[in-house]
Design a protein around this ligand. Structure first.
Ligand code: 5GP
Ligand code: MG
Length: 178
């Protein structure tokens, strides 16, 4: 489908499923190479990263764990600029190699907050993987170790990303059409 409508908004296809899957295989190869012998814990940031995390995870061939946490900073199509609490860090991260799996880094507020909070658990090292990255929106210095796609400042939906809770099931990534 080239165009879709969710509620009051129309979205046009931006990154097709085949490109997403191809890129994730490449990212997983890089992660596999870097994580050999480290027995990392992957942290999937819910809700948006659940499909990305699943697809990365299926392509890992190193000994690894995954756990799920939640932090949310978005309402509608613009950032509220406020991040809420981090919930769900259950695995012990002390002295572990941690790889955060995020759907998208926009302003970087969430990334900075996540890194701060995870740091408190005393990990050995933290790596950050994001499927999508909006470099023009970034307002912090954050080191992203693995990035799937750099994208412009459009509002995106699909493949885990939602518009008011909808559209996460789409296999492709769409952007808000003018
Ligand atoms: P940041 O804190 O970097 O500004 O935003 C990060 C969070 O905002 C992401 O984890 C995601 O949930 C949400 N977000 C940022 N850009 C988009 C977008 O284009 N579409 C959707 N659906 N969510 C976004
Ligand atoms: Mg997210």
């Amino acid at each position: 489908m080239e165009r879709i409508t969710i509620k009051d908004k129309t979205f046009a296809i931006n990154i097709p499923e085949s490109r997403i899957q191809e890129r994730i295989v490449q990212m997983a190869k890089e992660i596999n190479a870097d994580m050999k012998g480290k027995s990392p814990v992957f942290l999937c940031v819910l809700n948006g990263a659940f499909l990305f995390a699943a697809d990365v995870f299926k392509n890992l061939d190193v000994e690894c764990e995954i756990t799920f946490l939640r932090v949310s900073s978005y309402e509608g199509t613009s950032s509220t600029g406020t991040v809420k609490n981090l919930v769900g860090v259950s695995a012990s991260l002390k002295d572990r190699t941690v790889v955060i799996l995020e759907d998208i880094v926009d302003t970087g507020d969430t990334a900075v907050y996540l890194l701060q909070e995870i740091e408190k658990h005393g990990p050995k090292e933290i790596r950050f993987a994001s499927l999508l990255f909006k470099p023009k929106a970034l307002r912090h210095e954050v080191k992203l170790d693995y990035v799937g796609f750099e994208v412009p400042n459009d509002f995106l939906v699909g493949y885990g990303l939602d518009y008011d809770g909808l559209g996460r099931n789409l296999r492709d990534i769409y952007k808000l059409a003018e």
